[in-house]
Design a binder for this molecule. Structure first.
Ligand code: ATR
Length: 289
């Protein structure tokens, strides 16, 4: 159980998350648990921020000396316009932020989703994309983050498939610009996979969040044994993951990525790393959502 000895006083540092909707967010739970356990005098709050108020919210960060924020749907891309610097190349390429650090009034933007994704693959599936073939399902913001991380981690080939083909073509073109050395293939239909050897399949669509959703792919189409990762963590087992288990494929849901991306944000803010991701994952697994 988290230790609740830290009391809020005049020294307490404020952190938070900007999103809309944001009331379902698990970030306050995991960050506050770790602040408390590590006896850091800080609080983390969820702020419902509408699109047209994002600029004002960032002004508040500066005016009030809020030490750091996460940004989530629908602000990840727009947040790029309100920070002073995005230090890492890969974050600039992805064009979306999820973490802001206030260093003496200057705001630095980062995207910890990619690192979180790669950590989760390593920790939960012992998988490293280097030299591998990755199939990304989806072409929205989440898929873009996944595809860029896989490319940045030196995947050899990346296949993209999306329900709306034009969006997949857009993402493929964008990736090709940044990573001309990687073979990018945009699939019009999944039948083409029958003759390919895929090492990792990632569900970066929102298909699976609702009880009536099917699996976004029939995994029987794959000719060889692939690792399977679903970014969705609620429900814990989507039809996609059920199918992966039935096919005997190594698989994991998005909880590990949620903990890992939060741990990278936490380290950017506090400098603390040791055991943080593991503890955040335990906190998440212990909570019902
Ligand atoms: P995010 O930023 O979380 O990626 P998004 O930009 O709305 O959110 O993207 C959602 C993704 O899930 C898209 O790739 C979407 O496909 P479309 O581009 O065709 O809309 C995909 N998606 C959502 N529901 C789906 C479903 N039932 N079957 C397959 N793909 C689905």
């Amino acid at each position: 159980m988290p230790d609740s000895k830290v009391t809020i006083n005049a020294q307490t540092q404020v952190y938070g998350i900007f999103g809309s909707p944001v009331r379902h967010s698990l970030s306050p739970l995991i960050h506050n648990s770790l602040f408390s356990e590590l006896k850091i005098n800080a609080v983390y709050e969820a702020f419902e921020v509408e699109k047209e108020k994002l600029g004002l919210a960032f002004e508040a960060v500066r005016a009030l000396g809020i030490r750091g924020v996460n940004v989530t749907i629908p602000h990840k891309e727009a947040a790029m316009n309100f920070v002073d610097e995005v230090p890492e190349d890969v974050d600039r390429c992805v064009g979306a932020l999820n973490t802001v650090v206030n260093r003496n009034g200057k705001l630095f933007g980062y995207n910890t989703d990619g690192k979180g994704f790669l950590t989760a693959l390593r920790e939960e599936l012992s998988f490293n994309p280097e030299g591998k073939t990755v199939l990304v399902l989806g072409a929205g913001g989440a898929a873009r983050g996944v595809a860029f991380s896989a490319a940045h981690a030196h995947a050899e080939r990346i296949f993209i498939y999306n329900r709306t083909h034009d969006r997949a073509v857009g993402l493929g073109g964008y990736l090709e610009e940044y990573f001309p050395e990687i073979e990018i293939e945009v699939l019009e239909n999944l039948e083409a996979l029958k003759k390919e050897k895929i090492d990792l399949v990632v569900n970066a669509t929102s298909c699976g969040m609702h009880a009536s959703d099917p699996s976004p792919i029939d995994l029987h189409l794959l000719s060889a044994k692939a690792n399977v990762y679903d970014l969705i963590y609620a429900p814990a087992e989507t039809p996609f993951l059920k199918l992966a288990k039935k096919c005997g494929l190594p698989c994991a849901n998005g909880l590990g990525m949620l903990a890992a991306q939060a741990a990278v944000s936490f380290e950017l803010w506090t400098g603390k790393r040791e055991g943080v991701r593991e503890r955040m994952l335990e906190v998440l697994k212990a909570c019902r959502f």
